[in-house]
Ligand binder design. Structure first.
Ligand SMILES: Nc1ncnc2c1ncn2[C@@H]1O[C@H](COP(=O)(O)OP(=O)(O)OP(=O)(O)O)[C@@H](O)[C@H]1O
Ligand SMILES: [Mg+2]
Length: 329
């Protein structure tokens, strides 16, 4: 029997020694879907129990999130950057995928000079370029200087592939999905999308388990969010496993009445599809980003770092709950 489990589900280890000797993972969980996914993702890996890694985390199926909003400057890249630090500190192995030709996330880790000069073959653009079809995709994954965080970078070379009407582009729509299928060494994937709903965001939605929608509490036109939800509905026709993680209020200033009323209105409209955690406008996020360190690594004791850890935990909790619903529904 080879099955898997989620952090909040009871796990029973049958025989740890036998586990290690057999080169397989034998354990029990009470969730069929999670079991199947964990088996698919981890069942064939021979590396077993590592001392620095809790069993529940080891056996968790990989979760892929994309951060989408066609509104610019709402905190997609910043949230990805700092969330990666929070997940890594919690013990998860994080793969960041920069799906934005602006390359902001990549620049956050590597600096703008390096990112601008990266050849397309070492970036996400290689996936879309027919002349790169035979490249070893493992070359796209760059280590960062932070334990547990790897990055597939992007730069301006991705721009020519970020075309409108992605649903007409055949197999190119699944480029990121196929790439992720080859990445077995990660627990959490975070994809940072550009401020539009073209090929790059579409590809990310077809590769993701969950969409997280960062919203600044000032954008009163609901038109933008409606387009995001329509795009998610369309993507779900091709990726039936895609779920809405919800809206994340970002850049929030509790002192401003306009922000408080926006939040209230958003919660009234979308109810449980608004995360409890809100990300405040805080200089710690900007300063640590400028120093190229997720706030968790720059100053773990600040409230800003604590909020990112709370957000990461809420995302895991919500995902576990949705997986449970999937298995009974
Ligand atoms: N919570 C926050 N507190 C303070 N500054 C923030 C916060 N979130 C984002 N910022 C800053 O706001 C600017 C825009 O944020 P970011 O680049 O993350 O937005 P984005 O949604 O990724 O933009 P784009 O759509 O252009 O990709 C950046 O300078 C970032 O450092
Ligand atoms: Mg961005």
């Amino acid at each position: 029997m080879m099955v898997g489990g989620w952090p909040e589900f009871p796990l029973e280890i049958l025989d740890e020694t036998a586990l290690i000797q057999s080169g397989y993972k034998f354990f029990l969980a009470n969730n069929e879907v999670a079991c199947q996914r964990a088996f698919h993702l981890f069942g064939h890996r021979s590396e077993m129990v590592r001392n620095d890694y809790s069993l529940t985390k080891e056996f968790m199926a990989r979760l892929a999130f994309c951060l989408i909003n066609q509104k610019g400057g709402c905190g997609k890249s910043s949230t990805c950057f700092h969330l990666a630090g929070a997940f890594a500190r919690l013990g998860y192995r994080v793969l960041l995928v920069d799906v934005d030709p602006q390359g902001s996330l990549s620049q956050g880790f590597l600096g703008s000079d390096i990112v601008e000069n990266l050849p397309a073959t070492e970036t996400l653009a290689a996936l879309f370029d027919e002349s790169s079809f035979f490249l070893d995709h493992r070359l796209l994954v760059h280590e960062t200087s932070f334990p547990g965080i790897s990055l597939i970078p992007a730069n301006q070379t991705l721009a020519e592939f970020n075309t409108p009407k992605p649903e007409t582009t055949g197999m190119a729509q699944y480029a990121i999905r196929e790439l992720l299928d080859l990445q077995e060494a990660f627990d959490i994937v975070l994809m940072d999308c550009p401020p539009n709903l073209y090929q790059c965001s579409w590809n990310a939605m077809l590769a993701a388990d969950y969409v997280l929608i960062p919203v600044p509490p000032e954008d009163f036109g609901t038109q933008g969010l409606r387009a995001v939800h329509q795009a998610i509905d369309q993507a779900r026709r091709l990726n039936t496993g895609l779920r809405r993680m919800g809206h994340l209020v970002t850049r929030y200033d509790r002192r401003l009445l306009v922000h408080r009323s926006y939040e209230e209105r958003l919660r009234g409209l979308y109810r449980e599809l608004v995360l409890e955690t809100t990300v405040p406008e805080a200089s710690a996020y900007k300063v640590s980003l400028a120093c190229r360190q997720p706030v968790e690594f720059y100053s773990a004791k600040t409230p800003a770092a604590g909020i990112m850890r709370t957000l990461a935990e809420e995302m895991l909790r919500r995902a576990a709950k949705k997986e449970e619903q999937r298995s009974v529904g």
